[in-house]
Design a protein around this ligand. Structure first.
Ligand SMILES: Cc1ncc(COP(=O)(O)O)c(C=O)c1O
Length: 389
């Protein structure tokens, strides 16, 4: 006899399968930021968020090794117990200086930081106004906070303004991604800031996909001039791992005292801190400035070419290019055909994206070449023909 919960699990999995939404894990061997091997097959990788190709750079590898040799493999405890080293505090100061904020606080992942930021700022008696396409971790933070949770239509500041004006709740938090992870478009940052100020709300910007790849010296799109709190992640363009809260000194002290994923989780291992430290140095060099220019130019070329084939790339303005197919099963088939042609670009389906907007998420990185992009475009053109027949 199976228990009610076991029956529920089987039924849920049946629904997931029947809707073409089953997710599976497969072993991928990354051989460089632009190439990987799956089941012995070499592919051009358009799936990773290693936008600046840093994850295999000798500087980061050396940083990880050196910090491990100096401090060991674990920091041994929560940061409030004995898990904060002097080196970690210095690194936070270096990050804050780079990003232009007074304070930086490293957490174990961007996901944990988002959950922690929102649930620390909002609570019963506050209201959170969030873009409908924000990252799932922001939504989780809202639910955990027990605040009133209002979602505005994607990037629709008119809708946000209405919701803010209607709300009787004094404590307000507006939360938005800067670069939307599945659409590659940019939030209306100056409008968000203006509305937040007009309605006495705090503004939180999740700069996970802006950090390292946009802005002067890669410092991203969020700054103390356009928000109150920001999230950076080191897991994407920075080629390492981990999240970081950026804010005023006063707010940093607040998070240290009330941010649950910070308080109740072991601090970041020295290896990762060493890689982050090297990435923060490297990302600010002229070499990386050039790499960013190359990446943005290449993204423009790819976007124009994909659109001219008749595909819908939404409002993408960055290195994240959605190729919106619509139906989940068709999108899976599209991804399979790309794989056959030596290209890894994965199908993203609901619930990650809204119903009817399943897509191939193409993400470019600075190591990609014009030839790589041409192969992608040729493959998309061929598949379009094959599937139209
Ligand atoms: C917009 C956004 N915020 C936060 C995160 C979480 O960051 P991390 O991967 O460091 O946990 C992601 C990761 O996918 C993201 O896309």
């Amino acid at each position: 006899m199976s228990s009610p919960m076991e029956r529920m699990i089987r039924e849920r999995m049946e629904v997931i399968r029947s809707k073409g939404r089953l997710r599976t894990l497969r072993a991928v061997r990354r051989v460089s930021p632009r190439e990987c091997v799956i089941d012995g097959k070499k592919l051009i990788d358009f799936s990773s968020n290693d936008y600046m190709g840093l994850s295999m750079r000798p500087e980061l590898i050396r940083g990880a090794v050196e910090w491990t040799e100096r401090f060991g493999t674990s920091c041994g405890a929560s940061r409030l117990i004995s898990g904060t080293s002097g080196a970690c505090l210095e690194l936070e100061e270096k990050i804050a200086a780079w990003k232009g904020f007074e304070g930086a606080l490293i957490l174990s992942s961007g996901y944990a930081a988002n959950v922690g930021i929102v649930s620390a700022l909002a609570g019963r008696g506050s209201a959170v106004f969030a873009d409908k396409l924000n990252h799932a971790s922001i939504n989780t933070g809202c639910l955990l906070s027990q605040a009133e949770f209002r979602r505005y239509r994607h990037s629709d500041t008119g809708h946000l303004e209405k919701l803010l004006a209607m709300s009787q709740i004094p404590e307000k938090l507006v939360a938005s991604d800067t670069v939307f992870s599945m659409d590659g478009d940019l939030a209306p940052l100056s409008e968000l800031f203006r509305l937040s100020r007009e309605h006495g709300a705090m503004l939180f910007l999740d700069d996970a996909h802006g950090t390292g790849v946009t802005g002067v010296r890669g410092k991203g799109l969020a700054s103390p001039e356009n928000c109150d709190v920001a999230l950076a992640t080191f897991s994407k363009a920075m080629g390492a791992f981990g999240g970081c809260i950026l804010c005023s000194r006063e707010l940093r002290e607040y998070f240290i005292n009330v941010c649950s994923p910070f308080i109740f989780s072991t601090g970041m291992p020295p290896s990762t801190l060493g890689a982050i430290s090297a990435a923060v140095d490297l990302i600010q060099t002229p070499e990386m400035e050039e790499a960013r220019s190359h990446l943005h130019a290449l993204s423009g070329i790819a976007r124009d070419a994909i659109r001219s084939l008749g595909f819908d790339c939404g409002s993408s303005e960055t290195m994240i290019l959605p190729v919106i197919i619509g139906d989940a099963t068709k999108t899976l088939e599209f991804s399979r055909r790309l794989y056959e042609k030596g290209i890894l670009a994965l199908a993203v389906r609901p619930p990650t994206v809204p119903d009817g907007t399943s897509r191939i998420r193409v993400s470019l990185n600075a190591d990609h070449t014009r030839e790589d992009v041409q192969r992608l475009i040729d493959a998309l053109a061929e598949i379009k023909k094959e599937t139209a027949e």
